[in-house]
Design a protein around this ligand. Structure first.
Ligand code: ADP
Ligand code: 5GP
Length: 208
């Protein structure tokens, strides 16, 4: 028996580590994944489109989503709120797609608590200097915001032990294939466990 329901994959990592870039490449190469679009109170960056990168909402709208239990998890990051809408994740998983959540560490830990089978992956750049270089090179943040994000990165390194894998984003192509393999391994594990439990249940019911 196969696990028909898609699995939850959490991709976290320091701002500028390359999560967005990795996800874009993964989705271009494989069509068995769905990317969850979060709601955020952050303002759109140049080039970001409503409903593609995020659902951009006011603080009031965000708080009413929390109130209505419409988010699987939510967290504050630097000065803004971010959260994962529940409905899309449930629909996609039910359709057999693996759903990827690109979220920060507090949200990731909540997901692991609620869904122990979720796969937690933490993306790291090859080194800290490269992180600063990528954040500055992206050109989307003011120097103050870059500093705030680097500071937050140092704090975030604290909870990384809870993740299943560290994924180093040096060569993009290699990194994307490694991510794909990690997810496939988790699938095999989940399927094997479900098959084992189902077999044991059948055997026990025959004995009982
Ligand atoms: P995040 O989503 O983690 O904040 P981004 O995907 O926006 O990070 O990447 C930050 C910057 O680093 C972007 O300018 C991106 O083009 C660049 N980048 C991402 N991956 C690599 C890589 N493997 N090698 C070199 N530059 C990269
Ligand atoms: P950014 O402002 O750079 O797009 O995102 C800032 C941080 O918020 C990133 O670490 C990103 O992964 C995280 N994030 C984005 N969406 C969510 C979400 O729905 N929930 C949580 N907990 N974090 C999120």
């Amino acid at each position: 028996m196969m696990d028909k329901q898609g699995i939850l994959v959490v991709l976290s990592g320091f701002s500028g580590a390359g999560k967005g870039t990795i996800m874009k490449a993964l989705l271009e190469r494989h069509d068995d994944y769905a990317l969850s679009i979060s709601a955020t109170t952050r303002k759109p960056r140049a080039g970001e489109v409503e409903g593609r990168e995020y659902f951009f909402v006011s603080k009031e709208q965000f708080l009413s989503m929390v109130e209505e239990d419409a988010l699987i998890e939510h967290a504050q990051y630097v000065d803004n709120y971010y959260g994962t809408p529940k409905r899309y994740v449930e629909e996609q998983r039910a359709a057999g797609k693996d759903v990827i959540l690109e979220i920060e560490i507090q949200g990731a830990l909540k997901i692991k608590e609620k869904f122990p089978d979720a796969l937690l992956i933490f993306v790291m750049p090859p080194d800290a200097a490269e992180l600063e270089h990528r954040l500055t090179g992206r050109g989307t943040e003011s120097p103050e915001a870059v500093r705030a994000r680097l500071k937050r990165a140092a704090e975030e390194a604290v909870g990384v032990e809870a993740y299943d894998y560290i994924l180093v984003n040096d060569q993009l192509d290699t990194c994307v294939e490694e991510l794909h393999q990690m997810i496939q391994v988790q699938h095999s594990r989940t399927s094997a466990r479900i098959a084992m439990i189902s077999k044991m249940r059948q055997e026990l019911s025959r004995l009982g």
